[in-house]
Design a binder for this molecule. Structure first.
Ligand SMILES: [Zn+2]
Length: 108
């Protein structure tokens, strides 16, 4: 699965192919890239609010990976069961509580 390398400090996303699977460092600030789901649509660099939301979700283990409304009904690529990612910080606060058990554990 392809993914995007994202630098939250520079608010930039770099597309990467399958071969570069190791997280690299951002050429601009030297921070480690964060691998994001290829479906992630990076906001515009100037859109601070949108990036604040992205960072907030990241801090709680969400990098736009698939999140299922009901995990007990889990089937691969069941689009009806996919939860929509929040568009505002308020929605995000509910989202991280509701889907806490689906947060990625490698980020804390
Ligand atoms: Zn950077």
């Amino acid at each position: 699965m392809s993914y995007k390398n994202v630098c939250l400090s520079c608010r930039k996303a770099f597309s990467r192919g399958l071969e570069n699977h190791k997280p690299r460092k951002c050429p601009e600030c030297g921070n480690d890239f964060i691998p994001y789901n290829h479906k992630f649509r990076p906001p515009k660099k100037e859109d601070l609010k949108a990036w604040q939301l992205v960072s907030f979700l990241y801090e709680h283990g969400f990098t736009y990976q698939h999140v299922y409304k009901d995990l007990s009904l889990y089937r691969l690529y069941d689009m009806d069961n996919l939860a929509e990612y929040p568009k505002t910080l308020d929605e995000a606060k509910e989202f991280i509580v509701k889907y806490k058990n689906q947060a990625r554990s490698e980020v804390s």
